[in-house]
Write a protein that binds this ligand. Structure first.
Ligand SMILES: [Zn+2]
Length: 511
């Protein structure tokens, strides 16, 4: 009987532990070295392996925390938090230890033991994240590239094991959205979202690791919970997201009214405008990811420490910020550089990391990994933003990495015609167009139109007319059935193209 009671008692204690009310056991014990004399047994230089934190309550109800550690002889000690905070931590921690040290130093465990796991808030924020992801998915915002997805998970595996080991729910996942503007965020359910623009903005894998680790740090350290608690009035969830969708409709209508269409480039649609609208200040706030200065700085430091523990260039974290700063200057977005009430300036973050870093690093291997992202962003920058130099830079990265695709050569051919009109540049444009044609797997008759225009620049009227004739024949052959209901108004498009081609053929002689 007595043994049964003991077993039951032990079981109860276990459940209590699992709920995390009184103590949290570290998955990765950390060896610290005391930085001053503490007692007769615990002197400066003593090595203690800390493996648990417990919450203590005295008779007056005062709550304090103690870390439990053992020395090399197996003796157990209760250590005050101040002693642990000021101790010397491993110089070369493993990546798992980096996260553990971060949780200790950022007082995440203390917060969990003091206020509980707040499962209600976690559940609510998780639902917000799900609503956001659902909206992104419905609006076709996710960038589809199985290789890139696999590559990003290989990177994520290096950074973090992907789940929390202290009883908090959530898995770390990673998704890419179609948006040429560099941005990254960690949703409260652990989903890290990167824009295609962010991936292209980085010049090396280490810099991308720094950025992803920074976002993982926000999630792992519960920054969203702390931001949520700061937000007072809260609109009902359904109401809030209905408002977001309404705002989105206005933005996409304005975009469609600007009549941006280019049949030859399938990657383009009104999706380009959606992400930018969705990642609004209101949505960011809603998700609890409007971080404070301190949270940004500590996420940067953790990013740097992760790079260090992986034996990668730790300055890549500052390098990543430097590239973002440069991008923002070039694109005229000064808000994130200047900073604001809730956002520290990039400048301050770079100096907190130890200062400037020359951004001359560029990795051909990295460019090869992300080439499809570069193509997408280049098309976006070219067709939608008319940022020809930025688009050319991305295409050239792909070509230098020997991953130039049919679309890359086509875009570069067109870019070169936007940026110059010498015989040399026009011959190069024609050469690039031919390289594109060789790689095209889809019908490439659209290229006849491009060639016709280049041949005119080269004063080759006969060749130009032949191209236009072939283009005309292909258009007639491809004319869609008028009964087919197609989202995009293809029929009108084909009719206009055919009429333009015939008119062109008739007037070439007079040019
Ligand atoms: Zn951040």
């Amino acid at each position: 009987m007595r043994s049964t009671i003991l077993v039951l008692f032990a079981l109860c204690l276990n459940v209590f532990d699992i709920l995390g009310q009184n103590q949290i056991t570290f998955k990765n014990p950390i060896e610290i070295v005391l930085s001053k004399n503490y007692s007769n047994e615990l002197k400066e230089g003593s090595k203690i392996v800390i493996s648990r934190i417990v919450r203590l309550k005295d008779i007056n109800g005062f709550i304090s925390f103690s870390y439990i550690g053992v020395d090399s002889l197996g003796a157990e000690y209760y250590l005050k938090e101040s002693l642990v905070k000021n101790a010397i931590y491993p110089l070369n921690p493993t990546v798992d230890q980096v996260w553990e040290i971060g949780l200790i130093k950022n007082k995440v465990y203390e917060e969990l033991l003091l206020n509980g796991y707040r499962f209600d808030i976690r559940k609510e924020l998780n639902q917000e994240a799900t609503s956001f992801i659902k909206l992104l998915s419905e609006r076709d915002q996710f960038f589809n590239d199985a290789y890139l997805e696999d590559y990003l998970y290989r990177i994520l595996n290096k950074i973090h094991k992907g789940y929390l080991t202290d009883g908090r729910p959530g898995n770390i996942s990673i998704r890419v959205i179609k948006d040429a503007t560099p941005n990254a965020m960690a949703l409260p359910n652990g989903c890290i979202i990167l824009t295609t623009g962010l991936i292209s903005c980085m010049n090396s894998e280490s810099q991308l690791i720094g950025v992803i680790a920074h976002e993982v740090a926000h999630f792992v350290n519960d920054h969203h919970i702390l931001c949520y608690l700061k937000e007072q009035a809260r609109q009902k969830r359904a109401e809030f997201w209905t408002g977001v969708v309404a705002g989105l409709a206005v933005a996409t209508d304005a975009y469609l009214a600007s009549n941006n269409r280019d049949y030859s480039f399938g990657v383009l649609s009104n999706t380009a405008i959606v992400a930018a609208t969705l990642i609004s200040e209101a949505v960011v706030k809603r998700m609890g990811i409007n971080y404070s200065h301190d949270q940004e700085f500590s996420a940067d430091m953790l990013g740097k420490n992760v790079l260090n523990s992986l034996s990668l260039e730790e300055y890549a974290m500052a390098g990543a910020l430097q590239l973002l700063k440069k991008h923002n200057y070039l694109s005229g977005d000064y808000s994130s550089i200047v900073g604001g009430e809730s956002h520290p300036s990039i400048e301050n973050r770079i100096s907190a990391l130890g200062g400037y870093y020359s951004d001359t690093v560029s990795s051909i291997k990295y460019d090869a990994e992300i080439s499809f992202v570069n193509t997408y962003n280049a098309a976006n920058l070219f067709y939608i933003k008319s940022d020809f130099m930025a688009a050319l830079n991305l295409i050239n990265r792909n070509i230098t990495a020997k991953t130039g695709s049919a679309n890359d050569f086509l875009i570069k051919s067109r870019l070169i015609r936007r940026l110059g009109d010498t015989r040399e540049s026009n011959v190069e444009a024609l050469d690039l167009l031919n390289r594109s044609r060789q790689l095209m797997t889809e019908p490439s008759f659209w290229l006849e139109k491009d060639e016709a225009l280049i041949q005119l620049r080269l004063n080759e009227k006969v060749k130009s007319v032949s191209c236009l004739n072939r283009y005309h024949e292909s258009l007639k052959g491809e004319l869609p059935d008028s009964k087919q209901s197609i989202n995009f108004d293809y029929l009108d498009f084909f009719r206009e193209e055919i009429s333009w081609t015939i008119d062109m053929i008739n007037k070439i002689e007079s040019l």
